[in-house]
Design a protein around this ligand. Sequence first.
Ligand SMILES: Cc1cc2nc3c(=O)[nH]c(=O)nc-3n(C[C@H](O)[C@H](O)[C@H](O)COP(=O)(O)OP(=O)(O)OC[C@H]3O[C@@H](n4cnc5c(N)ncnc54)[C@H](O)[C@@H]3O)c2cc1C
Length: 537
Amino acid sequence: MSHPRTVPPSVDVVIVGAGFSGMYLLHKLRELDLTAVVFEAGADVGGTWYWNRYPGARVDVESLAYSYSFSDELEQEYEWQERYPTQPEILKYARHVADRFDLRKDIVFRTRVSAATWDEGAKSWLVRTEHEDAVTARFLVMATGCLSASKMPEIPGLDTFKGATYHTAHWPHEGVDFSGLRVGIIGTGSSGVQSIPVIAEQAADLTVFQRTPAYSLPARNRRLRPDEIKTMKLNYRKFRQAQRESGFGVPTPVPTKSALEVSEAERDAAFEVAWESGSLVNLLTAYKDLAVDQAANDTAKRWIHRKIHDIVSDPQVADDLSPEYPVGTKRPCLDTNYYETYNRPNVHLVNLRRTPLVEVTEKGIRTSEREYEFDAIVYATGFDAMTGALTNVDIRGRDGLSLKETWSAGPRTYLGIGTAGFPNFFMITGPGSPSVLSNMVVSIEQHVDWVTDAIAHLREQGLRVIEPVREAQDAWVDHVNEIASYTLYPKANSWYMGANVPGKPRVFMPYAGGVGEYRKKCDEVAAKGYEGFELTV
Ligand SMILES: Cc1cc2nc3c(=O)[nH]c(=O)nc-3n(C[C@H](O)[C@H](O)[C@H](O)COP(=O)(O)OP(=O)(O)OC[C@H]3O[C@@H](n4cnc5c(N)ncnc54)[C@H](O)[C@@H]3O)c2cc1C
């Protein structure tokens, strides 16, 4: 369906994407009296929370922390219901923000940006959409999301299945009733872990196809109490500052002890406290060396394996659900009854390490061992993370340079904000920034603030073009790699590494130095007149 909107032929800024990034960016640009148009593939705002409507979809950062901080009024008036809100509650929030700040009038929905080309003579971008819109803009900002280009598994026969097929990231708006159905689900990352318990309660039979198990903690979700909301609202400014200075965008005490310097009993007790708290960050920061020392990490791993064996009654299933890679090196999950679900008689786990997937058939799924018959198949197979939504657009910088080709050996950015060869081009939470290793709303706000400050600075100085200097970019890429090499992250075949997409280069994409340190670096760059960027007329 095409959009019914008249699109302005020329604006100061084209924004691609109307998730939390694009929405806040639009608001900020208006405050600077700049003109902007947002193109959004979906039919409404919300991004992630517009698309991912699968059963059980929730955020796993607490609502009072996973929310915008830019408006005191918004913070004070909005009433979150749950500790970890469901997708509908977060989408409602996004819609509220769009209404409150009258954002929709500059957003063109149902419109995918297909190409963008830098015009060196005019010093502007020409942006094209799937509906043949053509807009020129001085700046192009990709607010396209780290996890928005969904991925199907690479197995033969995907189109042959005669039953119903769903992907968690494109869930039907009217929901799906699995009552009485035999359902197969492929994938046990966050979307699988969240949806499996809910689908299991409905379906006659659920078979889970698992390649790599996830580490998952019980979310201990609950309704928020009025007193805790009130306390947060009284203390929001202090809390937001602490978020910005923290490692993950969630304030937590900085650990001082090594997991290896304490007794097993003390360690077990600390892990138990983290497990009971329902907070991923509490587990990951229980000891200072869990992310960097294999032996330290092994203590957490063994402890979680024990927990899984305590919960899951079939020892073989418990073994299959126990990950071998270091804790935290793939995105850990928060769940409600995930491991318990495998005790249900209607739930079966197929370990694809032992019996690999062979093909999707007319009737269901065939592994190396047998064919499974289903009425419906759910793909919880995630995303071409961090770069997919960027390289899906044919972006051409100086001299026709293609972003996709330039990044063929892995993304190269300066601060995760810009990339050499692509003037006046910005990414919100791009590769090389903390992004997916953080509470993303904190990272989004920081990037939007930085980018809009940079645009305002250019205007004040009578300058027109900003572009990363290649040497500064090389140094940043080296720094991101160096920090990653101190950690255990590169040890897992994760989507942080691009390992879920065949042929994608194995590069650890996010910046692992923490949001506080990263912000200091970005502020320093700006304070030194945008050091490492070339600013010209
Ligand atoms: C299931 C799930 C759970 C998550 N849970 C958490 C969590 O617990 N904590 C956390 O911090 N983060 C979480 N995230 C990450 C989440 O993506 C971010 O928190 C945040 O919502 C990102 O906002 P965004 O605006 O940057 O990107 P998105 O919300 O992804 O929005 C990007 C938008 O760009 C649009 N778009 C992309 N390409 C184009 C194009 N070419 N043309 C037009 N439009 C385009 C997309 O349609 C999309 O609407 C989760 C992500 C998923 C998928």
